[in-house]
Design a protein around this ligand. Structure first.
Ligand code: ZN
Length: 383
């Protein structure tokens, strides 16, 4: 394969330890990887050359938390919530009914449509959860469809207890036949540990069964109130505890000492008018923070990582650089990936070219479509 020199970069974010951000930079892509990075004036010759005309280039965004396999939307519920109705975990059941009724082709088309939106906005790695099937057949089907599009698939049979089923009976299903059917299509196991969903004991049972089946754990934790989710996540060695909106000092300490990533999903607070998590408090305690969309039709129907970066800066008290780090390297840490989320030599050549001289513009110009080009594995073809 030929080498391509990308040059004329006004500002290049690499997350290299010594020079995380370079001005007047260039890099070489070879075999889908970054083969050289440095000042444009020192760039080697290459077979192919592309000048981006002073644009900022960032690592592609790593969206470590989405629920893309669904049908229907819940615009009416959002409208009611904005008029004062409360958010409840049980709204998930509306999407479950629509998802079960949809054909494989309809679900797959929905995933493709949302992934294309994400690609246009600079996202290059996406995690996708099941969780709107809640039967053996429908959960396995969701994961089979998700697996066509990403390796980062998460079994979330324990999203909510379906209507007409007891919790103990459902946990037996999730940790038994449903797990057997889903594990071949999943990398991760997840549980919604919250009042109205699964308590600490049920969450532990789900995660331990998943681990025994070869899946790695992650948890929906502390979204709607102070609960046991973060402690359970840290106890089982979860890669991430996502939401982290309501944290005690003990929760923050557990995240810092175990290295479990705090996944912050500010689209949820935006879409529910709930208080935002405090990223500053987490960073000051040494916790690794990831930003993700939580793209789903109920509580956060955005596919935009730039929007989450802007919220991260405005509402979570991150600096623009910290927000970008959390949306790239932080997301990679959440997925335990070292090949994405940065542009050091050896990284997969996943990057976004911005119509801006600096990545600060992602937060400085919220709502503006600044991503000019998204490149995955060195391939410039558009979605
Ligand atoms: Zn979620």
């Amino acid at each position: 394969m030929t080498a391509r020199l990308v040059t004329g970069i006004g500002e290049l974010t690499t997350w290299d330890a010594e020079r995380p951000v370079l001005a007047d930079a260039a890099f070489v892509v070879e075999d889908g990887r970054v083969a050289w990075v440095g000042p444009a004036s020192e760039a080697p010759d290459a077979d192919d050359r592309e000048d981006v005309g002073g644009a900022a280039v960032t690592p592609g965004f790593v969206d470590s938390h989405t629920h893309l396999v669904f049908a229907g939307d819940r615009a009416a519920e959002f409208e009611a919530r904005m008029a004062g109705a409360p958010y409840r975990a049980g709204g998930i059941r509306t999407t479950v009914a629509a998802t079960r009724a949809a054909s494989d082709d309809e679900l797959d088309a929905g995933v493709r449509r949302h992934l294309a939106e994400m690609h246009r906005q600079g996202t290059t790695t996406v995690e996708i959860k099941s969780g709107y099937g809640l039967t053996v057949h429908d959960e396995a089907r969701a994961l089979r469809i998700a697996r066509r599009h990403t390796d980062e698939t998460t079994y979330l049979g324990a999203h909510v207890v379906p209507s007409g089923t007891g919790t103990a009976e459902y946990v037996d299903l999730v940790t038994g036949p449903m797990l057997d059917a889903c594990a071949p299509h999943a990398r991760w196991v997840d549980v919604f540990c919250e009042d109205g969903a699964f308590d600490a004991d049920a969450a532990r049972a789900v995660l331990r069964a998943g681990i025994a089946a070869g899946l790695a754990p992650r948890v929906h934790a502390n979204q709607l109130g102070h609960g046991p989710g973060v402690q359970v996540a840290c106890e089982v060695g979860a890669a991430s505890a996502d939401h982290c909106t309501y944290l005690t000092d003990d929760d923050v300490e557990a995240l810092a000492s175990t290295g479990t990533v705090a996944g912050l999903l500010p689209g949820v607070e935006f879409s529910s008018r709930h208080p935002y998590p405090d990223a500053r408090r987490l960073l000051d305690a040494g916790v690794t923070v990831a930003l993700a969309t939580d793209c789903n039709p109920g509580s956060s129907y955005t596919s935009s990582m730039p929007f989450c970066i802007a919220l991260g800066v405005r509402e979570l008290r991150l600096t623009p650089r910290e927000a970008l780090w959390s949306a790239t390297a932080g997301g990679a840490a959440s997925l335990r990936r070292d090949d994405v989320g940065h542009l050091r030599v050896g990284a997969r050549a996943d990057y976004a070219v911005l119509d801006a001289p600096s990545a600060v513009h992602l937060a400085y110009r919220p709502g503006v479509p600044l991503v000019r080009q998204t490149v995955v594995g060195g391939e410039r073809s558009s979605a």
